[in-house]
Design a protein around this ligand. Structure first.
Ligand code: DX5
Ligand code: ZN
Length: 218
């Protein structure tokens, strides 16, 4: 089946001193989504940026804001990110004791809801919650930093998740995040991925727009 492919460049690798230039570039580009990584220094060993940055980005783009929350207990922050302009909140399976409740709360606020899995978390754990999610994000690196090496095991996880989604006749999107480039990206698409997140591959390039187009056609 030929499914629509979405590219979601991760602003974690953008130039924070010239963030407006990078958002302007993304506005011109063929990327449909922007991926914003929120890190708390507790769930992951790094601190990135928070709500004011999401708000600032929202003020200069009409593209879909895909917000990846790498924070312990994300539930109290759902309405805050909604007010900042998020279109989707993705929470980590590993951080939610009441995932069903959290996903429901995100959707009640009018946002799409995603579940992220760390590399060590099995896809099989999603069986009874899958239908509540608009998207599943499979981490293909350990979350916390851009520019890391892709974990090959991810391909099998994507295939397993694709089978699970198709068996339940759902429209849940599959997103992969970490170490995506034209090689890993092409293979991921053939395994059934819908959304490719790419940070370093896009922003470290001389021509980031060209890299986005490469990811769209690889
Ligand atoms: C990592 C973040 C990613 C990161 C990906 O914890 O969730 O979104 O920006 O960066 P690259 O594409 O450079 O691996
Ligand atoms: Zn991310």
């Amino acid at each position: 089946m030929n499914r629509k492919r979405i590219i979601s460049p991760s602003l974690l690798s953008a130039d924070f001193l010239h963030l407006a230039d990078d958002v302007a570039m993304l506005n011109r580009s063929k990327a449909e989504w922007l991926h914003l990584d929120i890190m708390d220094g507790v769930f992951v060993p790094n601190i990135s940026f928070g709500v004011p940055v999401v708000k600032a980005v929202r003020s200069m783009t009409s593209k879909f804001l895909d917000v990846h929350l790498m924070i312990v207990d994300p539930t109290p922050y759902i309405s805050v990110f909604k007010s900042a302009g998020a279109d989707m909140l993705t929470v980590h399976y590993e951080t939610c004791s009441h995932l069903h409740r959290t996903l429901t709360a995100i959707k009640e606020q009018g946002m799409k809801a995603g579940i992220a899995l760390n590399p060590h978390t099995p896809v099989a754990l999603l069986k009874d919650i899958l239908r509540e999610a608009d998207m599943v994000l499979l981490m293909s690196v350990n979350p916390g930093f851009g520019g890391q090496k892709f974990i090959e095991r991810t391909y099998d996880k994507v295939k397993e998740l694709r089978e699970m989604i198709d068996a339940q006749e759902l429209n849940t999107l599959i997103q992969v995040d970490g170490g995506v480039n034209e090689k890993t990206g092409a293979q991921l698409i053939s395994c059934g991925v819908d959304v490719l997140v790419a940070g370093n591959y896009v922003f470290a390039a001389e021509n980031p727009e060209e890299r986005i187009e490469t990811l769209l056609s690889c």
